[in-house]
Ligand binder design. Structure first.
Ligand code: GH3
Ligand code: MG
Ligand code: MG
Length: 262
């Protein structure tokens, strides 16, 4: 954000400079054009055609000097604006701690994936994952260890989720969401179970401390999903609460009645 504001100040500064340069080009040229037009009074010492040639030569020199400067500065300004826009876009859609999509980025990517893949209706599954008793991890090992644990879990999820058919995001403090498309329900469930076991089997190690992290998962799948992703995610979220209630470190599959294709 600070960089974006700095870029805006820079753009304003260079807009002023460019305007002055452009004026530097236009004003003398206009002046010489006037000398040429009303020659007699202004140019007693130079005749009409001489003042014209002189004016044109001056304009050409100014154009040769200033045009590349203006063009270079405009190119730089455009590059800076593009960079600032990309940076803002990144901040809006990605989580800075883990590098995963944030909630907004996840929703956008999930909607795009479903739109491009579902017609006329393809299998899709949603996983809502929440780290178990994470407050205790923070309380016991410190917030920085907690951050390292979040990065660690994010890396395991990222490894597992590689591929065009999966959208992964950190959608809350210690909550992650996955959308799997074009995958049968049984395979998606096996994927989720594998993920849960993998995270439990790979403890976080950071600055001499070590802790095992476990994950509760709410799962929902539809054989032919059409429409928005939010009902599928909401249904998986409902199942997540059941997984917590039933003791954590487990996967809970949403009840069939909650699986509704739009
Ligand atoms: P449960 O098993 O019911 O999910 O228990 P929990 O302790 O994981 O859940 P709770 O909602 O009580 O606490 C979530 C904790 O996650 C509290 C909060 O400080 C921590 N947390 C959220 N975001 C971050 C973060 O970015 N870094 C760190 N270190 N901790 C975070
Ligand atoms: Mg939790
Ligand atoms: Mg939570």
């Amino acid at each position: 954000m600070v960089a974006a504001i700095r870029t805006r100040c820079e753009v304003a500064r260079w807009t002023v400079i460019q305007t002055l340069l452009a004026l530097g080009l236009v004003v003398p040229t206009t002046g010489w054009a006037l000398v040429w037009l009303y020659g007699g009074d202004f140019s007693r010492s130079v005749s009409g055609p001489v003042s014209l040639r002189f004016g044109l030569a001056l304009a050409a020199i100014e154009a040769l000097v200033f045009a590349p400067i203006i063009a270079l500065r405009s190119g730089k300004t455009l590059r800076e604006l593009t960079l600032a826009r990309d940076q803002l876009d990144r901040l809006a859609h990605f989580d800075s701690l883990t590098g995963l999509l944030n909630r907004r980025g996840f929703d956008k990517a999930a909607a795009g994936t479903l739109e491009s893949r579902t017609a006329p209706g393809r299998p899709a599954a949603a996983l809502m994952c929440d780290l178990d008793s994470f407050k205790e991890i923070n309380d016991r090992f410190g917030h920085e260890f907690g951050d390292a644990a979040l990065r660690h879990v994010a890396n395991i999820l990222r490894e597992a989720a590689g591929g065009d058919n999966t959208v992964l995001g950190r959608v809350g403090g210690e909550e992650f969401a996955l959308l799997l498309t074009d995958i049968p329900k049984a395979d998606a469930l096996a994927f989720a179970e594998n993920l849960r076991l993998n995270i439990a089997a790979r403890p976080v190690e950071w600055r001499g401390a070590k802790a095992t992290i476990t994950l509760s998962v709410g799962f929902d799948a539809a054989a032919f999903w059409q429409g928005e992703v939010s009902p599928l995610l909401a249904s998986a979220d409902g199942a997540l609460y059941v997984a917590k209630r039933k003791g954590r470190n487990r996967i809970e599959v949403a009840q069939e009645c909650l699986v509704q294709a739009a």
